[in-house]
Design a protein around this ligand. Structure first.
Ligand code: SF4
Length: 335
């Protein structure tokens, strides 16, 4: 920011003032930054645009989650979600427009990849979500689990995560920022080398290569053994738990034999499993959610084997909150 402002004759403290207006007070209109000189405000307004994204739609779920659809300068649509729970307020951010990895249970995967988002577009999603929540009601946690594979847009994702983490930015602790991957091993190894203590989540959702190859084709490139070796290495190096997301799909990966294999696979990896009831969405008819009895039996079986496990309630079923669903619905309405 300091370097960008230097040609306007602004100094480092001006940069800090502007950052505070953006990220502490939620003001992106330069003319309202009243502690800057009038000349600087005018010059900023002439030379820069602070907001990247335009708010198009907001949907509120009965369970309190809120999803927004944002439009980019090149008229593409991005989704972001705000998820309140008792003790935290979580923002789920997108990192790509679409995704090329084509996981069978995901509406975004069905769209293919349009392009990577810039760091500014990723961070601006948070600005919009925070504005919607109110700047007094600060967002506490970030998950990069919206549209796209964060590790395939690594630099922009990391840059946004650093801005979110910075005390001059959103000032959210690294331990409250989770970067998720469907299993891009080089991304996990890169993240392991970063100085920050960002959390890692891996979307696992299968216990054999045969099943994972079918539902998450990325597994053909980075099979389970390689992926779990990287997860173990990450956990050992960082001294942190790795979070394994497991979407329960009826008859595909929700048997007790799967639970047993999962416990065995994760035996030496300090981690935690989040079971996620599948949210089928409007158009995605390939899979069915696992019935509640099967979910319960799966959960109990993991517990019996000493696996740390939680069941994440699928939020926002009534607002198409699974990644890519709202965008898909908006596009199908346009066409
Ligand atoms: S689940 Fe994630 S990685 Fe897989 S297709 Fe959807 S957005 Fe891409």
């Amino acid at each position: 920011m300091k370097d960008i402002l230097a040609p306007l004759g602004a100094r480092a403290f001006h940069a800090r003032q502007i950052m505070a207006w953006f990220y502490q007070r939620g003001v992106s209109d330069f003319s309202r930054m009243t502690d800057l000189s009038k000349g600087l405000r005018t010059a900023l307004g002439k030379n820069f645009r602070a907001d990247e994204l335009l708010l198009m739609t907001e949907r509120r779920s009965r369970d309190g989650s809120r999803k927004i659809l944002l439009k980019t300068a090149d008229r593409q649509l991005i989704e972001s979600v705000l998820i309140p729970s008792r003790e935290r307020l979580t923002a789920c951010l997108s990192t790509q427009l679409g995704c090329k990895l084509n996981c069978g249970f995901c509406a975004t995967g069905a769209m293919g990849l349009v392009r990577n988002l810039t760091a500014g577009e990723i961070a601006d999603q948070l600005f919009h979500l925070q504005s919607m929540a109110g700047w007094q009601n600060r967002i506490t946690n970030i998950v990069f689990m919206g549209m796209g594979e964060p590790m395939l847009n690594y630099d922009a994702t990391l840059s946004a995560a650093r801005l979110i983490n910075s005390h001059l930015g959103f000032n959210i602790g690294a331990r409250h920022i989770t970067i998720s991957t469907s299993g891009i091993v080089p991304g996990i190894l890169r993240l392991m080398e970063e100085p920050e203590q960002f959390k890692l989540a891996i979307s696992l959702s299968a216990t054999t290569d045969a099943v994972r190859n079918k539902i998450m084709p990325v597994n053909k490139k980075y099979p389970l053994k390689e992926l779990l070796t990287a997860a173990r290495e990450f956990s050992n190096r960082k001294g942190k738990l790795v979070f394994f997301e497991y979407i329960l799909l009826a008859g595909i990966n929700d048997g007790l034999d799967d639970a047993d294999r999962l416990a065995k696979l994760l035996k030496n990896i300090p981690g935690k499993v989040n079971l996620i009831p599948y949210n089928p969405g409007e158009k995605n008819g390939l899979f069915k959610p696992s019935p509640p009895q099967a979910q319960h039996a799966f959960f109990e079986r993991l517990l019996q084997q000493g696996v740390a496990v939680t069941v994440r309630m699928s939020k926002g079923q009534d607002i198409s909150a699974a990644c890519g669903q709202l965008r898909a619905a908006a596009i199908s309405k346009q066409t």
